[in-house]
Design a protein around this ligand. Structure first.
Ligand SMILES: NC(=O)c1ccc[n+]([C@@H]2O[C@H](COP(=O)([O-])OP(=O)(O)OC[C@H]3O[C@@H](n4cnc5c(N)ncnc54)[C@H](O)[C@@H]3O)[C@@H](O)[C@H]2O)c1
Length: 341
């Protein structure tokens, strides 16, 4: 493969390159959060493409540059069409373009729904590892049985190999049953229980991952949760302002999080300040903030989902693909300079 050829990586290539790399992905994500907290990154506002008369469908453009050893710039273009599930196809699909930071020329085009799911799951597992005080975790709760939470469970099992019980909740019994079948492939020794209401998860699981497609907060009470419970609020719009304001909140990026009707955004509007967001995961990882507020018994990780994570993971993948000669090389993608004729 010529050094300056553009490389095209399909979903299967990415799956192959990321297989059994959970620890490396967590390291990449951790490094990206740390650089972001130190200001070694840039992300303009995301751009949302919506469609008239449809409130759930959207395509988001996330442009980002991350510095440090990555020095990686590009754009993720990610679509969410929740109705796809009933057609038996994935809700989310995504394409990512990496650009050379020296010339701006594109260097790689990657299918990126897999990258998106893995980096999201890695950040949730990393947050749990940092924010959940006890070292041993035996049970986890899963609210929303889709691909994001499936990957989150995969990463949580890596970080906490002692997990034995998994409690599932989904509006769809079929989705929960399918999730259970797939989760047993991750570890056949797991005891997996499908529950019908959130209270029964709160009472048994100290770490609960939210990966629903709720567009408006539906959970107004987390009464009965275990001590020092950690809610991994990946889907961002499950918890009401009341729940958010009762907890120790950690963000990935405070400005991004206070937008787009996330639960945090709604809570900010309600109390007219952002003081209830204690810190960011990057600051915790850099040792500039405590992992959790010891005065609080409930901790919530609210990740908006940063483009820098996609660029960091994609950069890592591109290097690996070039080394392993994987993917399709496209030579002369950029035409010869006008002045060279
Ligand atoms: N913060 C981030 O970085 C980030 C990144 C990627 C995806 N996400 C979000 O994660 C969420 C999950 O994504 P996915 O691809 O797994 O979706 P998915 O459509 O595959 O699965 C979502 C599941 O949630 C269930 N569900 C919907 N509302 C529910 C409710 N009120 N209670 C219980 N279950 C409910 C659905 O039945 C479905 O099974 C989406 O909201 C997506 O936008 C966040």
């Amino acid at each position: 493969m010529k050094k300056n050829a553009l490389i095209l990586l399909k979903g299967d290539d990415i799956n192959q390159l990321l297989k059994d790399s959970e620890n490396e992905i967590i390291e990449v994500v951790k490094n990206a959060y740390q650089l972001h907290a130190l200001g070694d990154s840039y992300m303009p506002e995301n751009s949302y493409l919506r469609f008239p008369g449809k409130d759930k469908e959207r395509i988001i453009a996330k442009a980002a540059w991350i510095g440090g050893g990555f020095d990686s710039a590009g754009l993720k273009w990610i679509a969410s069409f929740p109705g796809n599930i009933t057609k038996g196809i994935e809700r989310a699909s995504a394409t990512l373009i990496l650009n050379c930071p020296d010339t701006g020329h594109p260097t790689a085009i990657l299918e990126s729904s897999v990258i998106s799911a893995k980096r999201t799951a890695a950040s949730a597992a990393l947050a749990a590892q940092v924010m959940y005080p006890p070292e041993v975790l035996l049970s986890v709760g899963i609210v929303g049985c889709g691909v994001i939470n499936f990957e989150t469970l995969r990463f949580l099992l890596m970080v906490y190999p002692m997990i034995r019980s998994v409690y599932l909740l989904d509006l769809s019994k079929e989705r929960a049953a399918y999730f259970k079948k797939r989760a047993l492939e991750l570890n056949p020794d797991l005891s997996i229980y499908i529950k019908e209401e959130i209270q029964s998860l709160l009472a048994v699981a100290p770490v609960i991952a939210f990966g629903t497609t709720a567009v408006k907060p539906f959970l107004d009470s987390v009464e009965g949760h275990l001590p020092n419970a950690v809610l991994l609020h990946t889907s961002l719009r499950d918890l009401t302002a009341k729940v958010i304001l009762s907890a120790d909140n950690v963000a990935d990026d405070i400005d991004q999080l206070c937008s787009n009707e996330t639960s945090i955004h709604i809570a900010e509007r309600e109390c007219n300040n952002r003081n209830f967001i204690r810190t960011t995961l990057g600051d915790i990882l850099n040792g500039n903030a405590a992992p959790y507020d010891s005065e609080s018994n409930l901790h919530i990780f609210n990740p908006f989902g940063l483009g820098i994570l996609d660029m960091a993971v994609a950069n890592w993948i591109e290097k690996k693909a070039r080394k392993e000669q994987l993917g399709m090389a496209i030579e002369n993608f950029v035409p010869k300079a006008w002045t060279s004729y």
